[in-house]
Design a protein around this ligand. Sequence first.
Ligand code: NDP
Ligand code: GDR
Length: 356
Amino acid sequence: MENERKVALITGVTGQDGAYLAELLLSKGYIVHGIKRRSSSFNTGRIDHLYQAPQDEQSRFHLHFGDLVDSANLIRLVQEIQPDEIYNLAAQSHVAVSFETPEYTANADGIGTLRLLEAIRILKLEKKTRFYQASTSELFGLVQETPQRETTPFYPRSPYAVAKLYAYWIVVNYREAYGLHASNGILFNHESPIRGETFVTRKITRAVAAIKAGSKEILYLGNLDAKRDWGHAREYVYGMWLILQQERPDDVVLATGITTTVRTFVEWAFAEIGIDITWVGHGIDEKGLNAATGEPLVQVDPRYFRPAEVDLLVGDPTKAHQQLGWKHQISPRELCREMVAADIERAMGVHRNSGK
Ligand code: NDP
Ligand code: GDR
């Protein structure tokens, strides 16, 4: 039986998507290997519950220290693991942070992808190992057409997106040059209760939960008018898996097709705790007040503006629907509700399994 099981290697296994994907692949009977970085504090909170699973699952989940900037480490791990599928989810994934750390972001997100592809080639695993690359709607950047689809021209607007552009094309190149089964999932924003705390949706839902729990804090945000196509991460990792199950490798958009402003997401989140927000002022003086009491709850802070912004993302998931049978089920509003509810539970001190 062990010999028949598929073996997957997930980079970025400690992140939001890595945790959901590991859970999905284990449930499908895979042997799952994940690469985690050494850290001075615990960084496995999202996957710890997978160790608490029954004995047979436990023995199918293995973690290894590694880093996308370390070629020798990656080659050794790929050689030892001999994966059937590699999901390259590791990245410096924060767009704003990439303006502060452009060289590191290029190294990890761009060249890191090349290192993995080279590992496959050096080890002559081209026929065995399928490769998934976590490409992003940030590639579309400055609006060229809407909704954005596989054929929409790219116009990246951040060091992160430029690094991911290199990764996208090196995947295409290795597919064409060496016949690798290598695919790009061009995923629009996807969130969940285990989304990183500094991405805008989670930042909002955590603040709302803290206010519900009695905190007097003000939520400081940047551009309220940015529009994003927000889906649920659990559904998107299923799409990743489907992409690698295709007979032929391909590049596919996963999106909901629904776009929402940051401002509206704020309103939805506060509505979950019975507060209507009214907006006063303009630009950097804009505030969100409790409509009933006038209490300030939200404040624009220019520190969160980006040197170059992506104003509007809305994806066209037609190809995913037709080719993979993939379609989102959870609306952005339902996603917001689930995230607020989970953060309220946490804020109230109720311990939840982090992967759920
Ligand atoms: P997270 O930021 O939650 O997770 C990123 C993961 O990468 C973490 O496990 C992190 O480790 C790891 N990592 C970062 N740098 C390195 C490195 N140099 N070497 C090894 N591991 C590293 O991201 P998500 O789960 O949200 O996203 C997964 C991938 O999908 C990323 O590549 C992201 O750019 C991309 N993407 C995400 C979208 C989204 O909306 N979520 C949309 C489109 C693409 P640690 O825990 O130690 O920090
Ligand atoms: P994004 O996600 O940049 O789209 O990248 P993020 O949640 O960081 O920003 C979304 C939009 O909200 C605006 N914004 C703020 N953003 C943050 N983080 N903090 C704030 O205070 C704030 N106020 C307003 C931003 O300007 C932006 O317009 C995510 C990441 O997961 C990437 O890795 C992934 O590739 C893309 O989604 C698709």
